[in-house]
Design a protein. Structure first.
Length: 436
């Protein structure tokens, strides 16, 4: 049964234009592909698609029930009451949040497609996209590509102006300007807003999921508020001014909040990346993690010299969750794939730990071969480059052991068909994430 489901889901993704409600334009090139398929196979695929969409599709994948999660619908009133909360099945639901204000929908399409393509039970996955209010309509476009997938847009659940008040950009702090978007900070507010979701996965939008996401969801958090991947090729020392941290920790009285650890932060502590998180909402709230992150953001704002030397949302997250996180298997966040080069520290790390002697450029990720999640953090996003690299173009990053490494971007494009790319690309034009 599962095999049939997966197969037919694939079929559904490949023939979105067979749906009457599909918004996908019928491109000539796409149409012409059909006569090349054996007739029988086409009939079989459509049959399977039919089986998948009805009757089970309507009951199992009923979208209405999901609306209970949407704060906007809740505000309307009756809709939420009409649909009882799922009980027996709720344990099996896998909630995945993504927060983004990027106009380009292609990263979301790749994130969804890769996740469902590699999931054991794609029908259990619930994608919650936190996007600006004027982007709510884009759900229809994603749904037309993935008609059998639960996709909800959540918006305006937190006051963006309130978040912005705590964000400070300093042009001398080593952070990239585009990191200033409040959507980079929204994941930290999710447990507060979605109190009725006990556990969720947060994913950055520049991600390809290659593993079975249910496995990640079922991680034993061992009482911690969150789980994240630790990366010892980066240490706390690169992020913070430790003299200032010590001054802050030396405070006494009402200026010293409960979440400030008594022991000094260790400059040698490994960095854990905020791009892939498993969160226990209740623990997160009990530990005051959101408040602690905001407090650290305000400390940065107040600091005379730069308290943080890199990043914007990563540093307060690191301080607030220090010693309070479970460490995930590194394969769940193989990061840096959007970076053009390795740092000296990373080169040393690869040499000392694995006897790998890499040059500075291009960036190399030897673990990408076995990654469950590929993370394209860095300035070079695959969707901003070419689908096919020309021989004269620079390779930005290499994935896999060097001798058989692929250009990382190729691994991203695998999950976006040329037709889906043509369909979604027009939305990429207006990107206000930097100016806003
Ligand atoms: C940073 O901004 C200040 C003014 O806010 C300006 O004087 C300075 O030149 C800028 N530095 C860089 C490196 O852009
Ligand atoms: C969280 O904040 C509340 C209210 O300020 C406080 O009573 C509690 O002790 C804090 N918990 C932790 C773990 O810091
Ligand atoms: C390599 O990356 C570092 C940051 O990790 C950056 O400071 C440096 O400018 C980069 N060098 C080149 C040649 O791209
Ligand atoms: C690493 O390789 C470079 C040549 O690519 C070589 O010059 C260097 O000595 C090597 N380093 C070590 C520590 O083996
Ligand atoms: C989703 O990914 C699969 C596997 O790589 C691919 O065959 C398919 O065309 C993709 N679907 C879309 C809508 O891009």
């Amino acid at each position: 049964m599962e095999v049939t489901r997966k197969l037919s889901l694939k079929a559904a993704q490949q023939v979105p234009w067979s749906s009457a409600t599909s918004l996908l334009h019928e491109k000539d090139g796409v149409r012409r592909a059909w006569p090349m398929l054996p007739c029988l196979a086409a009939v079989l695929l459509i049959g399977l698609l039919g089986l998948y969409v009805w009757p089970s599709g309507r009951s199992l994948l009923g979208e209405d029930r999901l609306k209970a999660w949407d704060p906007q619908v809740k505000a309307v009133g009756s809709a939420a009451v009409a649909y009882p909360k799922p009980k027996a099945t709720s344990q099996k639901q896998v909630h995945i949040f993504v927060c983004t204000d990027e106009y380009d929908l292609r990263p979301l399409a790749v994130l969804i497609n890769s996740t469902i393509s590699n999931a054991m039970h794609p029908n259990r996955l619930h994608f919650h996209m936190v996007v600006p209010a004027d982007r709510l309509f884009t759900r229809e476009y994603l749904k037309s590509l993935f008609p059998n997938t639960h996709i909800e847009m959540a918006s305006k659940f937190v006051d963006i102006h309130e978040v912005n008040k705590h964000i400070t950009f300093r042009n001398d702090s080593g952070a990239r300007k585009e990191l200033i978007s409040p959507y980079n900070f929204l994941p930290f507010y999710l447990p507060e807003v979605y109190k009725d979701i006990d556990r969720f996965i947060y994913l950055d939008s520049d991600i390809v999921v290659k593993g079975n996401i249910e496995e990640l969801y079922n991680t034993d958090l061992e009482g911690n508020a969150a789980a994240a991947v630790e990366d010892c090729s980066q240490r706390f020392a690169i992020y913070f001014d430790f003299a200032q941290l010590a001054e802050i920790q030396a405070r006494e009285g009402p200026d010293r909040p409960a979440w400030l650890p008594p022991e000094h932060f260790d400059p040698e502590a490994c960095v854990f990346n905020r791009g892939v998180l498993v969160v226990n909402s209740k623990r997160w709230m009990e530990e005051n993690i959101t408040r602690a992150i905001i407090w650290w953001m305000d400390e940065f704002q107040k600091s005379k010299r730069n308290l943080y030397k890199a990043g914007l949302s990563q540093p307060p997250f690191l301080l607030a969750l220090y010693g309070k996180h479970k460490v995930l298997d590194g394969m769940w966040n193989v990061r840096g794939l959007g970076r053009p080069n390795l740092s000296e520290l990373e080169r040393e790390y690869f040499f000392n730990m694995f006897s790998m002697n890499y040059t500075r450029k291009p960036f190399v990720s030897p673990f990408a071969d076995t990654a469950h999640i590929l993370h394209f953090n860095g300035a070079y996003k695959p969707w901003k480059g070419k689908r096919k690299r020309e021989s004269t173009d620079d390779i930005i990053s290499l994935c896999g052991r060097k001798e058989r490494g692929l250009e990382c971007a190729e691994l991203w494009w695998e999950y976006l068909s040329p037709a889906a790319n043509d369909f979604l690309k027009p939305f990429a034009k207006k990107d206000y994430s930097v100016e806003e």
